[in-house]
Design a protein around this ligand. Sequence first.
Ligand code: SAM
Length: 261
Amino acid sequence: MLSYQHIYHAGNLADVQKHALLARMLQYMTAKDKPLSYFETHAGRGLYALDAAEAVKTGEAAAGIDAVEAMGWFGADHPYSEALAKVRAAHGLRSYPGSPLLAAQLLRPQDRITLAELHPREFEALERAMQGTGARCMKQDGFKMLMAQTPPEPRRGLVLIDPSYELKSDYYALPGFIAKLHRKWNVGVIALWYPILTGGAHQQMLSALEAQNLPGALRHEVRFGPAREGHRMIGSGMFMVNTPYGTQDEADRLTALFEKL
Ligand code: SAM
């Protein structure tokens, strides 16, 4: 049984990197009128309350989105800020969008959103959070959902793959999964998030991904101090394929900001 719950980590520095890059990629992709297919394999619950006991207990949002907004990392015209403002207006000042709700703020009526979440309670919350967005939520294994739905119609689109890596087998399976996905959906933008852990568990996966020489690949990693003493996550990474033009600039900007933390 899965035990990971993103409420303990929502709005942390890893979310800041992942959500800022996602927001920028969607901004670039929606600049053209053509419709998009948007997928998430590991959606989470879509909407978080940063004043919930779980989030307050870890303090990760306080050291994450709260701290970086106070430092002015994202101007009002940054798509991440625009999505945050819309969600706060609808759900309260301490609300925080998970990636599906963040994406829904930036996508348009002509775009199709398909989300998978396996955990029963997270799934129920996801369905509630996504009401009125037109998103299709599926209580299903995200890897299977994506393979079954690709290549999608419309062809242009992006998938965020954001596993919790509770199953160590994910690290070994992901390079082959991404290679197969790219063969099926060669124009799809693929964004894979991974944690940077003290033991370097991600390194073999990244070497295998890079060895595939996929088109428009971009590897972006940022480092930060552990959330608590003994916490093993010391950074956050995104590996992207068919990366939208301009994403590199946002990645470079984030690198410089995280280096100053
Ligand atoms: N992407 C979300 C965000 O940024 O707001 C966070 C997602 S969280 C890191 C990972 C989620 O994947 C958890 O809610 C977990 O229950 C779910 N999950 C784990 N294995 C899954 C699978 N095979 N298929 C679908 N969901 C899965």
